[in-house]
Design a protein around this ligand. Structure first.
Ligand code: 4AD
Ligand code: MG
Length: 465
């Protein structure tokens, strides 16, 4: 069978490249089939776009294959492209042949009705066949492309940072261990685990961030970015935390916090415009079925100037708001989702960049301000999702950095010699941030759970498929 002759449905419906009257062959999956005495309709989806192409069989009795076709079967249909008589579609196929390629019986779980997202998570191997997950995966691909285009067009080098790491960038200790030890017989030395006997001759983990290695590259090559998976073993069972997620981390040499904020704002606006302009078919679906305001929200954000708010001011706003929070607000605390959402949704009704956070709640690498109490950190907060970007200007002064590492309890300073060397030899002021890819997709699509954005989510007690 010659599969190369197939015409993708997107080419007909989205790109509008096929002339009426042309003979076409489509290959795809049956979404619905309706059989009458004089006519039968088969709606086919091939994943290339949201929409189905309807094939019309004017003398159904001449097509015995129709008898065995149910929702979920795969078929090959040949026919002539014609203007549709029905409402809601421009084209249909006047079919003159159909072959059943792969059968599906009545037990196929995706019968035509709405399924809950919870149910679909249990069948993550089949859910890409649904409208919602088809759209999510197409947007993931398009936005990945947009990310590379954004940085490549601006002269940033795409760099690859390691997935296996021996350092804890964020210092939060949420690390997944990488080891080849036999857990029933772990080597010890002087009563302690002998990591020297392990595969890497040291304790090793899955990385939480590519930042530290990105700094190595930025201080040599200028502007760089990473785009890869990161891993966190935090036991947070929320709709916006995953144990494995994708992060984009630009790192700029010769840059300060203001440059970092400018880049973050420009980058987000670029991605939102890109989605609105280049993913119209799927965006229409999200706007209709997932969040009726999602398109309007993105359009407004593209035009808005993000609010830039020092942390101390954010605390003042929250304490004087009169709002009741589960976590009481006081200077020095980390902002919780409820506080972040209050600022973006109630106070400013647009994205807010909070900066100059207390030194105590932020990692060792952030540049200390002259007040000695705050660091050059910034978080971009957006309505609905909360924190979407976390970044900072990095501490480029050797003495200040090593002192801060000591304060943060980093006892094995020696093993970070490569990081301090960047300051010891030809230090470069630099800054960067991390954008949570899956969170930005939540924002773009209006989907409310990160488990429905990641094709195969990993969260506490769940790593199936
Ligand atoms: O704020 P974070 O922890 O920052 C860093 O890792 C820095 N090293 C980045 C840098 O400066 N190069 O994480 C960055 C972003 C967050 O703002 C959030 O969007 C996302 O990563 N993120 C998560 N997304 C999904 N699930 C999780 N468990 C996440 N943790 C962080
Ligand atoms: Mg953060």
């Amino acid at each position: 069978m010659d599969y190369k002759i197939r015409t993708k449905i997107a080419k007909i419906i989205i790109e509008d490249k096929i002339e009426i009257g042309s003979a076409v062959t489509i290959l795809g999956m049956v979404r619905t089939i309706r059989k009458g005495k004089n006519v039968a309709f088969v709606e086919v989806n091939d994943g290339s776009c949201m929409k189905n192409l309807q094939a019309v069989f004017s003398e159904p009795e001449k097509f015995p294959a129709l008898e065995d076709i149910l929702t979920g079967a795969t078929v090959r249909i040949k026919g002539k492209l014609v203007a549709s008589q029905g409402k809601g579609q421009k084209y249909e196929l006047a079919a003159d042949a159909i072959d059943l390629i792969g059968v599906a019986d009545a037990s196929y779980p995706l019968q035509k009705k709405r399924h809950s997202f919870e149910f679909l998570r249990e069948i993550a191997h089949l859910r890409p066949r649904t409208n919602t997950f088809g759209a999510v995966n197409r947007i993931r691909s398009k936005i990945s492309y947009a990310i590379h285009r954004y940085y490549q067009e601006r002269g940033f080098l795409y760099i690859h940072t390691p997935i296996i790491s021996t350092s804890d960038c964020e210092g939060a200790g949420d690390l997944f261990r990488v080891s080849t030890f036999d857990f029933n017989d772990i080597p010890t030395k002087d009563g302690k685990i002998d990591w020297d006997a392990d595969f890497f001759g040291a304790e090793a983990f899955l990385t939480v961030s590519g930042q530290l290695e990105a700094e190595i590259m930025a201080t040599a090559l200028g502007d760089v970015y990473t785009f890869g998976p990161t891993f966190r073993a935090e036991n947070s069972n929320t709709a916006r935390h995953a144990s494995e997620f994708w992060m984009i981390e630009p790192e700029m040499a010769w840059a300060e916090l203001e440059d970092d904020m400018d880049l973050a704002e420009d980058f987000l606006k670029y991605l939102f415009s890109f989605a609105l302009e280049n993913c119209q078919d799927d965006m229409e679906f999200f706007n209709k079925w997932i969040d009726k305001e999602v398109r309007q929200t993105l359009e407004a954000v593209v035009k808005a100037e993000f609010e830039r708010l020092p942390y101390t001011k954010a605390i003042e706003i929250l304490t004087s708001s009169g709002a009741k929070f589960e976590y009481p607000v006081k200077w020095g605390m980390d902002l919780q989702t409820e506080h972040e959402r209050y600022l973006t949704e109630k106070t400013f009704q647009k994205p807010v960049i909070v900066y100059d956070y207390p030194e105590e709640i932020k990692p060792f690498y952030m540049r200390v301000n002259d007040d000695g109490k705050t660091v050059r950190a910034m978080d971009v907060l957006v309505p609905r999702v909360g924190e979407i970007i976390g970044g900072s200007q990095r501490e480029e002064r050797l003495e200040v950095l090593t002192e801060r590492m000591r304060q943060k309890g980093i006892t094995n300073l020696d093993s970070y010699f490569w990081y301090t060397d960047l300051r010891k030899y030809g230090s470069v002021p630099h800054a960067g941030f991390g954008l949570g890819f899956d969170r930005v997709l939540m924002y773009i699509t209006g989907m409310t759970n990160i488990r429905d954005i990641l094709p195969f989510p990993r969260v506490p007690r769940w790593a199936k498929f």
